[in-house]
Design a protein around this ligand. Structure first.
Ligand code: GNR
Ligand code: NI
Length: 179
């Protein structure tokens, strides 16, 4: 297993449309394992393959909402290969989103609160489920990545530009500190 470098804005790879997976095999499972290791280390609750530079329609999610008595997160790894949204509710909810590819920036994004989705799991078995709550938010955020879309694309141009300026400034300051 390996922690892979995460691609950040404005890297053009984040704008690529990822290609469908044609076989869920051991090579793909190795990528999935590396994606989980990278996501847990970040830490994050989701990761799309393109965020580690691989343009395949694969994403991993672990909301890590539960903790043991010792305060250790209980792992609940979920894998989505070639995910599709079959239907969405017509009720949107806001959520304060962040993204490992737009580090340290957060903004409210409205998305449908309930989706019906179909995908392949890590064994290549087809699954279909009604998904709600934070899992629905995260799955839609990750599926956007497969289509070259970032959460900042859902904001007004003014908000997006302010956020990207803030990120550029933060990087300049961090650059100075490191030097
Ligand atoms: O770690 C992440 N947290 C998060 C919070 C709110 C909505 C979406 C996310 S996904 C993000 C990790 C990431 O960038 N996945 O693409
Ligand atoms: Ni993201």
């Amino acid at each position: 297993m390996a922690i892979l470098p995460i691609v950040e804005v404005p890297d053009p790879r984040l704008r690529q449309i990822s290609k469908p997976v044609d076989q869920v095999d051991d090579d793909l499972r190795r990528l999935i394992d590396d994606m989980f290791e990278t996501m847990y280390a970040a830490p994050g609750i989701g990761l799309a393959a393109i965020q580690v530079g691989v343009p395949k329609r694969v994403l991993v999610i672990d909301l890590q909402e539960q903790e043991t008595e010792e305060g250790e997160p209980v792992r609940d790894p979920r894998v989505f290969v070639n995910p599709e949204i079959l239907s969405t509710s017509d009720h949107d909810v806001p959520y304060n989103e962040g993204c490992l590819s737009v580090p340290e920036m957060y903004a409210e994004v409205d998305r449908p609160d309930r989706i019906r989705a179909r995908w392949l799991d890590r064994d290549g078995t087809q699954r279909e489920e009604e998904i709600t709550g934070l899992l629905a938010v995260c799955l839609q955020h990750e599926m956007d990545h497969l289509n070259g879309i970032l959460f900042i694309d859902h904001l007004s141009r003014l908000k997006r530009e302010m956020l990207l300026k803030k990120l550029a400034k933060l990087r300049r300051e961090q650059g100075k500190k490191a030097a």
